[in-house]
Design a protein around this ligand. Structure first.
Ligand code: AMP
Length: 404
């Protein structure tokens, strides 16, 4: 992390407001460095927590944070008190992550009253996220009125999905009226990583057929042809697709009817079950993969099954997306698990040699903080690990919008 801010450089403040948290990062878009970063958590609880990282030091505070306005005031106060000084950091834009852009937004957009209204209208599709994102935007605008604010949508990269991939085979009039379709999520990461891949391999993005596996606490796969997304595993919401830390990923929708009718569970209870009590946590009791591997090593049957289900689902998606793309050049792992977990990377792609997909065990070993090729020389499909950087991607997209 850079600790100095040359007076001539510019920076972008990236804000990611959740329902009870605000994450932020002051980014130097030229170097890609995080000049400072932090998180305010437990907004609305009796006692909230604040972590601010700057100049290589971490400051932690436990204070009441009643709402998002107070959270952002606290953050700006920490910049004043501890630094870096926002005035000399020359903040030229604030970039906001917004989860759901629906069918309205296919790229980063300057915030206007009309855009705020549209984000609000899309809230039924992301009831936990869009209202919180919007609150963050409004509060940040009030506190930083002199810089342009730009929204970057998690769904935007997937606006190009062909109808065949985006459409659920649900009665057309109902789907249209209620905007039921595949929107995807994690788009900023899939786009950033797929573009990085072209640079790393020094090949034109237009020529590459790629699969990107974003494996963090949330997890998603995408198929990207020539830089354009053609398939992705998350759907109307980030619940569909791969097995995740606490989310089930794909289940037969009839599981919902069954649990409602025969187990007497309410829709809210089933929502909570599938989003927060399922996935790896639901099967093994732990959602963090370091703990999961420890349990597997101790012979925990539930943990072994969770890992097997997780890897099986990944392998199934890789095969499916290979078929969608026709020809496959690159598979890239990214995010917390993708970058750090060599057991998952090797396990997910084992048995796919007949498809030209191989992982070199020695190259794969260990955590990767730099882009790394983990397939053997001469392999038909190049397998890569590429660290994602959503904050940098948001900062650069914000600059594109303001023309800086
Ligand atoms: P993310 O959502 O991208 O921040 O990823 C968070 C997840 O990455 C955690 O829940 C862990 O399961 C996983 N993770 C982080 N570090 C490691 C590691 N060293 N080995 C395995 N998994 C890790």
């Amino acid at each position: 992390m850079s600790t100095s801010t040359p007076a001539s450089s510019t920076s972008v403040l990236v804000v990611n407001s959740g329902s009870s948290s605000v994450k932020y990062q002051l980014v130097d878009p030229a170097s890609g460095d995080a000049i400072a970063s932090g998180i305010v958590e437990r907004i609305g609880d009796a006692l909230g927590s604040v972590k601010h990282v700057a100049h290589g030091d971490t400051t932690r505070r436990e204070v009441p944070v009643p709402d998002h306005a107070e959270a952002l005031r606290l953050v700006l106060g920490l910049f004043d008190e501890i630094g870096p000084d926002l005035a000399s950091a020359n903040v030229v834009a604030v970039g906001h992550r917004v989860v759901q852009g629906g069918d309205l937004f296919d790229g980063p957009t300057l915030v206007t009253p009309e855009v705020e209204q549209q984000i609000e209208e899309l809230s039924p599709l992301a009831p936990l996220h869009n209202p919180a994102n919007l609150t963050g935007i409004r509060v940040a605008q009030a506190l930083l009125p002199d810089v342009p604010h730009v929204v970057v949508f998690d769904t935007a990269f997937f606006r190009t999905l062909p109808d065949a991939a985006a459409t659920y085979a649900v009665e057309a009039s109902v789907a249209a009226e209620h905007k039921v379709r595949r929107y995807g999520a994690h788009g900023t990461s899939h786009q950033y990583v797929s573009q990085q891949v072209a640079q790393i391999l020094d090949r034109p993005l237009e020529d590459l057929h790629q699969i990107v596996l974003h494996l963090g606490n949330g997890a998603s796969a995408s198929a990207v042809r020539g830089g354009v997304a053609v398939e992705t595993s998350m759907g109307l919401t980030p619940l569909e697709g791969l097995v995740m830390g606490t989310r089930s990923g794909d289940v037969d929708p009839a599981v919902v009817f069954h649990l409602h009718r025969n187990a007497g569970m309410s829709i809210d209870e089933i929502d909570d079950l599938l989003n927060r009590r399922s996935g790896v946590k639901g099967l093994a009791g732990e959602s963090d993969f370091r703990a999961l591997h420890d349990l597997v090593a101790e012979g925990h049957a539930g943990a072994r099954l969770a890992l097997d289900v997780y890897l099986h689902r990944l392998r199934k998606y890789v095969g499916a997306y290979h078929a969608v793309l026709g020809r496959l050049d690159v598979i890239t792992f990214t995010a917390g698990i993708g970058e750090n977990d060599d057991i998952v990377r090797l396990g997910a792609l084992s048995g796919l040699e007949a498809l030209g997909i191989e992982v070199d065990a020695a190259r794969n070993e260990g955590r990767k903080s730099e882009p790394t090729v983990i397939s053997p020389d001469g392999a038909k499909v190049t397998v890569l690990v590429v660290p994602t950087n959503e904050e940098l991607a948001i900062a650069r997209q914000a600059l594109d919008v303001i023309g800086a």
